[in-house]
Design a protein around this ligand. Structure first.
Ligand SMILES: Cc1ncc(COP(=O)(O)O)c(C=O)c1O
Length: 459
């Protein structure tokens, strides 16, 4: 039964211990890998936690039928070149190619189909839904509502990226911009629901939403039965809860790992604390999973079904994004790339087949440019040099010759004469050149030094 009654010991215990942490600091607040399912997480009595709103296999199968006519098939496929790089078979579940650009349509549609039909907890007569989101949930709700013949109103933060605001409008929603973060929008959306009778659609904290996301897990079991490990981007934990529950219900032995940004690791902090932890701030480019706190419900799924939580740094995310574009020809948003980031960073044990859920692809092109630029720099694909030259005719030409002799492509050159650190007879040249990696960069600096140049590497 949805929203089944709960045996209470752990729930009460953990609610009482809800704490607030700062998740946005530069130092890890939690370890990079946290083992859960086989670890020490137990409530005070020692009993295994019981689940709030547990979903049954039948409810997952029903959700699969409900979303079948609406979603786009996203068949799992292997990546040969990244498999070779990782030394293990790598498979992708490409939900960035899903309708609305993320898996979110699954949970939103399963929720709204039930609402429109007046089944389960819902009475008949709902005509409007309301939600709060900066992006993917907004688009999923907007399209699902239109398909179910419901009006939708979405509260979005003032800084929400224009392409996401436009896409949500195009799917048929009325947008109300206001507040600086999604949490402000949630308060306003709930107040709107109370005033107007519109039904609030939770982003992750509802069994129908989790059952909708579980359909990804059911497909993974069918499409990649040999997967040894499944990596799931984790924000509020609805996708993780759904996939893990589906895999367990199907008898899969694959390890299920949730992946969070280091600076927004609220699920990991909550698992460690034994109750939902609310981070006082989150700071990550992975906006889709920049969530301050999981819910009691999603936390309990993680405790019961998830094997590990792994955290990744911003640099690790950019590296993954770059490789996805370069090697897999896939434009994925930062939140969607954290699973691959964890694998590339060597944070996932084992050598058997690994399946990465690419959960979304809605990235602002301007952000993508910045990310790729940063990713290229992190990967040592270009380098900025500062070279001190004598202020005499031909000095710049000699540097150009040395660079040309090394067959380097120059991306930019700046020539400076003024500056307190420069002598009267000196000039400084800032030159950015393309490189083939960090080792190549080191070789270039060494060769220029050997040729007599005073050279410093800036990036
Ligand atoms: C691209 C992407 N990946 C993963 C998630 C995480 O989903 P959940 O909040 O259910 O953990 C989200 C949530 O919005 C998302 O947009």
């Amino acid at each position: 039964m949805l929203l089944a009654a709960v045996a209470a010991c752990c729930v009460q215990d953990r609610k009482a211990r809800c704490v607030e942490l700062d998740g946005a600091g530069s130092e890890p607040v939690v370890p990079a890998v946290l083992r859960t399912r086989h670890g020490p997480l137990r409530c005070a009595s020692g009993a295994a936690p019981s689940l709030v709103g547990v979903i049954t296999r039948e409810e997952m199968d029903h959700a699969r039928q409900v979303v079948a006519g609406v979603i786009r098939p996203t068949a799992t496929y292997p990546s040969a070149s990244l498999s070779e790089m990782l030394g293990r078979r790598l498979l992708f579940k490409p939900e960035h190619l899903q309708r609305t650009g993320s898996f979110k349509i699954r949970g939103a549609y399963n929720f709204m189909a039930s609402l429109a039909a007046g089944t389960g907890q819902f009475g008949r007569g709902a005509s409007e839904v309301v939600a709060a989101s900066a992006g993917n949930h907004a688009q999923g709700v907007a399209l699902a509502a239109s398909l179910c013949g419901l009006r939708s109103t979405i509260f979005m933060p003032e800084g929400a990226p224009l392409p996401k605001v436009d896409a949500t409008t195009d799917y048929g929603a009325s947008i109300l911009l206001g507040g600086s973060i999604v949490d402000d929008c949630i308060d306003r959306a709930k107040a709107y629901a109370a005033q107007t009778g519109a039904v609030f659609v939770p982003p992750f904290d509802h069994p129908l939403v989790i059952a909708g996301q579980a359909t990804v897990g059911l497909e993974i079991v069918d499409e990649a039965p040999d997967a040894e490990v499944v990596l799931v981007p984790t924000g509020g934990g609805g996708l993780l809860a759904g996939i893990a529950a589906a895999m367990r219900a199907s008898g899969s032995k694959a390890r299920v790992i949730g992946v969070e940004p280091l600076r927004a690791a609220s699920m990991q902090a909550s698992l460690q604390a034994g109750g939902p932890v609310r981070l006082s701030s989150v700071s990550t480019m992975a906006d889709g999973i920049a969530v301050r706190s999981p819910s009691q419900m999603t936390l309990e799924y993680a405790q019961k079904y998830v094997d590990e939580i792994v955290t990744v740094t911003e640099e690790e995310i950019t590296r993954a994004l770059l490789l996805l574009v370069e090697r897999a020809k896939s434009v994925v948003e930062p939140a969607g790339a954290v699973g691959l980031a964890a694998l590339l960073a060597g944070k996932v044990a084992g050598t058997g087949p690994a399946l990465v859920v690419l959960s979304g692809g809605n990235v602002d092109p301007l952000l993508l440019i910045k990310i790729l630029d940063y990713g290229l720099s992190v990967a040592g694909r270009y380098m900025m040099l500062r070279v001190l030259l004598e202020d005499r005719p031909g000095a710049l030409a000699s540097l150009s010759r040395a660079v040309a002799d090394m067959h380097l492509n120059v991306l930019s050159v700046e020539h400076h004469r003024a500056g307190v650190s420069l002598g009267l007879d000196e000039v400084q040249v800032w030159m950015t050149v393309e490189t083939r990696g960090h080792k190549h960069g080191d070789e270039i600096v060494a060769r220029l030094s050997q040729a007599g140049f005073t050279v410093r590497r800036d990036s």
